[in-house]
Design a protein around this ligand. Structure first.
Ligand code: GLY
Length: 257
């Protein structure tokens, strides 16, 4: 069954890392309602939720995608690029260990899961302020023997590669080409975000549906015109913390869950 690991919203969310966003007041109660609505949207799409408790010591811990990846064969606990997030790995290792054998990235590697766009057996990994070449090399070392190809993509102007682009499915990469060198992504059509919505490139594909922040109606219309079913979710408070729909979950198939 398709499963999503999520984590409750930290009381301290407003004190999290910000790289390209200006700090703005965050309504934690509203953030929690929005997070619950996000989980409800996944449930409506047939996904089972495995919710971990909030970790108030780690303001950004709700953004679980950054600290672990789950592939069919193994789970990889990352080496988060922000020092304030490294403690999140302990509990996520236990969580993903219920489903897969676990491997860890280690220094000097840094890598955030938000930098990894997977298209089939190819993983495009953003070289960003959070992910370094050593992280990409270690990931390649773990995954090449399993038949995956790991390729670096320069990211400029965005926190993560998945802030700039995500794979929508059906051969379409939704992208803000200003923020990532998408030329390296082959065999896909690049569908550009609406120019008034530079942050609109992040969608979470669940089957044929795309979970997307509600604040990008123009980009949503472009996706719908291409036949996608878009599920908009209001994520305003989580966006203020520089998060989006992909980073709120780790989605994978757990046949026996
Ligand atoms: N606030 C999200 C992050 O920087 O990791």
């Amino acid at each position: 069954m398709l499963t999503a690991i999520t984590r409750g919203v930290s009381e301290t969310l407003a004190h999290g890392e910000l790289t390209f966003r200006d700090r703005a007041p965050i309504d934690i109660a509203l953030a929690r309602r929005q997070h619950a609505a996000y989980e409800a949207a996944l449930i409506a799409l047939g996904v089972r939720i495995d919710q971990l408790p909030a970790e108030n010591a780690y303001p950004d811990a709700v953004f679980v995608e950054d600290v672990a990846m789950v592939l069919d064969e193994i789970a990889i606990v990352t080496a988060p690029g922000a020092a304030s997030r490294r403690g999140e790995t302990e509990s996520i290792a236990r969580a993903v260990g219920k489903y897969r054998p676990v491997q860890h990235l280690s220094p000097p590697a840094t890598l955030d899961g938000g930098d990894v766009v997977r298209i089939g057996k190819t993983l495009y990994v953003g070289l960003s302020s959070r992910t370094n070449q050593s992280g990409i090399d270690q990931l390649g070392g773990l995954l090449s023997p399993l038949g995956y190809m790991v390729l670096a993509v320069e990211v400029e102007g965005a926190l993560h590669l998945k802030t700039a682009c995500t794979y929508a499915g059906r051969g379409i990469l939704l992208a803000n080409p200003e923020w990532a060198d998408t030329n390296i992504v082959t065999d896909v059509e690049i569908l550009a975000v609406d120019e008034q919505e530079p942050w609109g490139g992040s969608v979470l594909a669940i089957g044929d549906s795309l979970v997307m922040a509600a604040s990008f109606p123009r980009t949503r219309a472009k996706l719908e015109a291409r036949g996608f079913t878009v599920v908009p979710v209001d994520l305003s408070e989580l966006q203020k913390a520089e998060g989006g729909p992909t980073c709120l979950s780790i989605v994978f198939d757990a046949p026996n869950a």
